[in-house]
Design a protein around this ligand. Structure first.
Ligand code: 475
Length: 826
């Protein structure tokens, strides 16, 4: 509607501050258009207006941030440091407007200038500084920490390139670099004079000082500077603002004139580039860490800069080191920042000259660790040689931690000598590996899983030995999601309908959604609820038409499977069922009565062959089905490219059926499952992760659970699971697999998808797809039948939303604050 250059003619140069908030916001926008962006205020384009609005909000955020920091400082509060290699904040504009209570004012100011808020918000390009669940959880938690007014700081890396941009070309995933900084940064402050040196490589020198103490120092180290970039995270309408401090690597060579004096100017610049590589790119592997040197460098880079920041703030207090744990807690989001443990030890022992015992006492009371996955390939280990080369002193410290730890374990379990090898921080086989999870557990006072089910698995199997050694450390914190972004912001009409009936308190007290329950029997509320949902589906249908050129029926059942592609998440199981439905439509027209729109989305790690192949299979199946005239409107399959926070916000409010179908025991929690249910989608899912708790809250009759339980998965495996039996016994399944293997969906390359079928039939079907197929098909039939009764479906939908209060990240973060961190709001 608004053209690129449709600035209102009435726009003038900045004038004196006005009193009305909308007017003063408009003046700020114009001022930034001119003075920060150097553009003509007569004709700013939409992108310029977006950036000027962002800068105007940053002004307001930084004022509140300064005030919040003063509060924390003056109360001398205990601080929480949340360390994460990943944050996935999503677009900021609407979030910040809502938090600051300026949505209407912004709308008015922009209208006045000839722009629509929705169009301007669409100009934002989100920072993709994370892969998926783990990074998004970190961002939900920062939002809640701000809303709960906790004295907290997020610390991460300012990657120049975030998670790749995914294109689908001829059915295949193609990766493009995500240059999110291209348009400049408008939300952050780059603190170019605020840098910490980070030192690695080099050799450890041992020497004895005048007091006769044995000392260690690093010689010939390489130094890279870490520069702080701050982004602001406001609490919900509470004038409180936290910061997420992201470190960008800068060369230290600018300060080393000797390089230039040797005349090797280009050589010096090459070194600069090598140094700044550290924060160049996010590793795109989800749940399968890449054992590359650069990745370990990134981890240490984050840790070293952050610990220096923490220590600097602590020193200002002028109190004794043993007070550190009383004043600070450092939370490790997965093991990725676990090298913080030996780094703090190094500072305390080597620099502050504490005894080992004193230092260790402080460390173990300062760190807390969250585990997010039990997949064996995701448990992080580093070759000892690499560690020694990059971080020689840290490896020595890890060895000393291990020596003392194993000594204690030997005394505690004198009759179990094998336990030592199992719990050692260093795996000793043909090659030696540093086990980061063991380091994190031994060095932390708290170890938590992310759903009740997952936390039990940690205690019973993955970390069972450690549970015997440190039972008091293990606890559960079921994940949560922020209702501000995942309901209020992404689904404003549903949010409005809810507020109209129960008031706005649910925004910061999600349990209030319970008050919706009396309305589930009100016909008017039913109608309004379903109207909102249908309108959301219309909008998504339009998006699908624009992006994919596919026409889908908004009245059809929107069956959605969006998340990272991984075999354990079983997008393959879903597509097998899609093909089975397709076959039913072809063989007995009339047998399928509920029209469905299948929506898939998600990225595969660029090096993960099978995941990428499954993406390709889905696109081929989509093409076959969407172009088969016999199918008509009964079945449509859509793959939306580049799934990200922005896209999730479009899809989730328009979903009827939410696919959460991981092999039982493999999805630690899931958080997408919560976002869908909160927005009134019904879950079809396995007994896994937080699905189990969602079932306990919304009621068994309001979702569709199916499949093996995790102990059944284990039993079946240990008894020798034979996927072929399922293939032979189930003719519908057989037909589906034969079609894929026979090239039905790839006629020009008949063998294209043979590997997929092979992985199921001949390579053990590690994720039990075939074992769960039949019960999935039955449950899908139940879902279709339920959808036919729209009144009953509406009821289920409303009950899902109204019973999701527990899954707020405010609840989760409050539990962390009380049970682990020992902090309260300022
Ligand atoms: C779980 N990422 C979800 C979510 O708790 C859970 C691991 C190693 C290297 C790189 N990335 C990872 C994860 O482990 C991860 O994202 N885990 C996810 O954490 C939040 O809801 O079930 O799979």
């Amino acid at each position: 509607m608004t053209s690129q250059n449709s600035g209102n003619r009435k726009s003038r140069l900045p004038e004196a501050p006005a009193t009305r908030p909308a007017e003063s916001l408009k003046q700020d926008i114009l001022r930034h258009v001119l003075y920060s962006l150097g553009r003509d205020t007569e004709r700013p384009d939409r992108q310029t207006v977006f950036r000027a609005l962002a800068l105007s909000l940053r002004d307001r955020l930084v004022e509140k941030w300064i005030a919040s920091q003063r509060d924390i400082y003056s109360r001398s509060s205990k601080r929480v440091y949340y360390l994460s290699l990943e944050f996935l904040p999503g677009p900021f504009l609407r979030e910040n407007l809502i938090a600051l209570g300026l949505e209407n004012e912004a709308r008015e100011a922009l209208t006045d200038m000839g722009f629509g808020l929705d169009d301007v918000a669409d100009e934002e390009y989100e920072p993709g500084l994370g892969n998926g669940g783990l990074g998004r959880l970190a961002s939900c938690y920062l939002d809640s920490m701000a809303t709960l007014r906790l004295p907290a700081y997020g610390y991460g890396i300012h990657y120049a390139y975030g998670i790749f941009y995914q294109l689908i070309k001829e059915g295949r995933q193609v990766e493009r670099a995500d240059n999110w900084l291209r348009g400049g940064t408008h939300w952050e402050f780059e603190r170019s004079h605020y840098v910490h040196p980070v030192r690695f490589y080099g050799q450890v020198r041992e020497w004895v000082d005048e007091q006769g103490r044995l000392r260690h120092s690093l010689e010939n180290a390489t130094t890279v500077m870490a520069m702080a970039c701050d982004m602001f995270i406001p609490g919900h309408k509470n004038d409180y603002v936290l910061n997420m401090r992201l470190w960008a690597a800068k060369t230290s060579r600018e300060f080393e004139f000797s390089f230039f004096n040797t005349g090797d100017y280009i050589g010096a610049v090459e070194e600069k580039i090598r140094d700044e590589n550290i924060s160049m790119v996010l590793y795109p592997n989800d749940e399968a860490p890449e054992g590359k040197e650069l990745r370990l460098k990134q981890q240490f880079f984050l840790v070293s800069a952050t610990i220096q920041d923490i220590v600097r703030r602590f020193r200002k207090k002028g109190i004794a080191w043993d007070q550190l744990p009383r004043k600070n807690v450092i939370h490790l989001n997965e093991t990725h920042p676990a090298v913080a443990i030996p780094e703090l030890m190094r500072i305390l022992v080597d620099e502050e000259l504490l005894t080992w015992e004193e230092a260790w006492y402080i460390c173990v009371r300062t760190f807390a660790y969250t585990n997010h996955t039990v997949l064996p390939e995701a448990l992080e280990v580093w070759p000892e040689d690499l560690f020694r080369r990059l971080l020689p002193r840290h490896l020595q410290i890890i060895h000393e931690i291990n020596r003392r730890f194993l000594h204690d374990v030997r005394r505690q379990f004198p009759n179990d000598p094998n336990i030592l090898g199992r719990v050692s921080l260093v795996h000793e086989g043909e090659s030696r590996w540093v086990r980061m999870s063991h380091l994190a557990i031994v060095g932390s006072f708290s170890v938590n899983g992310v759903s009740a089910h997952h936390s039990e698995i940690l205690k019973e199997s993955v970390f069972h030995d450690f549970y015997k050694i440190f039972p008091e450390r293990f606890n559960n914190k079921t994940n949560g999601i922020t209702p501000r972004r995942w309901l209020r912001q992404c689904n404003p009409t549903l949010a409005w309908l809810i507020t109209e009936h129960i008031g706005p308190e649910w925004l910061t007290d999600l349990a209030q959604l319970k008050k919706l329950e009396p309305y589930v029997n009100s016909e008017g509320f039913h109608r309004a609820w379903m109207e909102v949902r249908l309108r959301n589906k219309h909008k998504l249908a339009e998006y699908i038409r624009d992006k994919n050129g596919i026409t889908v029926m908004p009245e059809s059942l929107f069956d959605v499977h969006v998340k990272r592609f991984h075999e354990y998440k079983r997008q393959l199981l879903n597509v097998l069922h899609v093909i089975a439905l397709y076959n039913r439509i072809r063989s007995s027209p009339g047998s399928v009565t509920v029209p469905r729109t299948y929506i898939f989305g998600g990225k595969a790690a660029p090096g993960y062959y099978m995941a990428k192949h499954i993406i390709r299979l889905i696109n081929s199946v989509a093409y076959t089905i969407n172009t088969d005239p016999r199918v008509g409107d009964l079945l449509k399959v859509v793959f939306l490219q580049n799934y990200c926070v922005t896209l999730a916000e479009r899809i989730i409010p328009a979903t009827d059926l939410s696919e959460q179908i991981s092999t039982a025991g493999m999805e630690a929690s899931g958080t997408g499952n919560m976002k869908f249910a909160l927005n009134g989608a019904i879950t079809i899912g396995t007994h896994d992760g937080a699905n189990i708790e969602i079932m306990e809250h919304v009621g068994n009759e309001n979702l569709f659970l199916f499949g093996l339980l995790s102990h059944e998965v284990n039993e079946m495996r240990s008894q020798g699971y034979n996927p072929r039996l399922f293939y032979e016994r189930d003719s519908e399944l057989r037909e589906v697999l034969d079609m894929i293997a026979g090239g039905f969906f790839s006629p020009s390359e008949p063998h294209l998808f043979r590997d997929v079928v092979e992985s199921l039939l001949n390579h053990g079907d590690r994720y039990m797809v075939l074992a769960d197929f039949r019960s999935y098909v039955y449950r899908q039939q139940d879902a279709a039948n339920a959808f036919m009764d729209q009144a009953a479906w509406a009821r289920m939908s409303m009950l899902n939303t109204s019973r999701m209060g527990f899954f707020s990240s405010d609840r989760a973060v409050d539990e962390y604050a009380k049970d682990i961190w020992g902090v309260s709001g300022v």
